[in-house]
Design a protein around this ligand. Structure first.
Ligand code: XIL
Length: 362
């Protein structure tokens, strides 16, 4: 009798234990992890905040880290809603010979952007750099070069018709003194190559936004004056152009004057053009003491963009110092090489948050 009751007691205890397992497990889940997942506690991303302010926030992307670095794509798609093709649509990588187009890499990035709700800036149709060897190895007549450029723009823009939101149609055609860069296009086709490029791009995709893009013309100087005069002339003569891209590759020790950048954007927008900050990075010596100053420069430029209704996108040239054309040691971007956010990232978040507080959109 006594033996039976101790068995029963054991059985009872076992039953109580089994019944309690789900409760214990549920308790484990109700800790900090599940609280962090509650919607109200998740910090808003750059892209969420920017969307609320009516601008796009973007970055330049190469296919390799998207495919090979598991930490890269999640951060990219969390923070940005605009993707610029960093290299894959340049003439060199795209056209291994005069009649062949190699679209695989660009297709990959455009597909990736679409499946992650990001718009695409196509960079770039006509540029003096990263040209294929078959173009630089010999000279071409005016009609040959006209065919090459027309075929290029028509083929590439038509292929991505309705999928590439904005194009850098012509990149870096003006020198610091305001004269036209003596590149292979100017030499063979004459100064009209620029407006022809815009006309061919418009014909290939009437809905894509068409930009002239350049560096060192963010503030007021001979170069930005010349670009202003050029695009003013285009607008007056009906050459199809929608905007000007300010690359914004700047140095932490000599950033452009914010008031002058604002004036430049204002005069361009008075022509009815959009302006986009297209390639911002802020080069430092790599000393972490420069990170705060770097953050202030990023913040100042985003503030200017937000204050100008014509400024429709703000883009950085990459987002992690792990992958930057300037070299990791110059630490020019928003995240460090281990993907930790830097003061520059928090400064942009802060500007977007403050802007949202000041004038909430309906
Ligand atoms: C740079 C790319 O980031 C590099 O990977 C490449 O080796 C050279 O070109 N202005 C531009 C961009 O318009 O196309 C450049 O991109 C950076 C400067």
């Amino acid at each position: 009798m006594k033996r039976w009751s101790s068995h029963r007691l054991l059985l009872l205890l076992l039953c109580i234990l089994i019944a309690a397992i789900p409760l214990i497990a549920a308790r484990g889940q109700s800790g900090p992890a599940s609280r962090a997942a509650a919607p109200t506690d998740v910090p808003k991303s750059l892209r969420d905040l920017a969307a609320g302010r009516g601008i796009l926030i973007g970055t330049a992307v190469e296919p390799l880290p998207v495919r090979a670095d598991p930490d890269y794509a999640p951060l990219l798609t969390r923070e940005f809603n605009l993707l610029t093709t960093e290299n894959v649509l340049k003439m060199g990588p795209l056209r291994p010979d005069i009649t062949t187009y190699y679209f695989e890499e660009a297709d990959f990035l455009v597909d990736f952007a679409e499946s992650n709700g990001m718009k695409v800036r196509g960079h770039t149709l006509v540029w003096h750099n990263q040209l294929p060897e078959w173009m630089t190895d010999r000279t071409y007549t005016t009609s040959e070069m006209t065919w090459i450029v027309n075929d290029h723009i028509t083929t590439v823009v038509e292929r991505y018709r309705g999928r590439i939101w904005a194009w850098d149609v012509v990149n870096e055609a003006v020198l610091d003194d305001g004269s036209l860069r003596p590149n292979v296009f100017l030499q063979t086709m004459g100064p009209d190559y620029i407006e022809k490029a815009f006309e061919w791009a418009r014909a290939a995709d009437p809905d894509a936004l068409l930009f002239y893009n350049d560096f060192g013309a963010e503030a007021l100087n001979a170069k930005s004056d010349a670009i202003y005069a050029m695009v003013k002339d285009f607008v007056e003569r009906g050459v199809p152009i929608d905007g000007v891209g300010l690359q914004m590759h700047v140095d932490v020790n000599s950033p452009p004057n914010p008031a002058d950048v604002a004036s430049n954007i204002m005069r361009l927008s008075a022509l009815g053009l959009q302006v986009q900050i297209t390639e911002m990075d802020v080069r430092t010596s790599g000393d972490p003491s420069e990170a705060e100053r770097q953050a202030q420069i990023y913040a100042a430029m985003l503030e200017i963009c937000l204050e100008a209704p014509a400024c429709t996108a703000f883009e950085t040239w990459g987002f992690t110092d792990k992958y930057t054309w300037l070299g990791t040691q110059t630490a020019p971007l928003l995240f460090d090489p281990l993907y930790d956010p830097k003061p520059a990232f928090f400064a942009l978040l802060d500007v977007l948050n403050r802007a949202a507080d000041q004038s909430p959109l309906p």
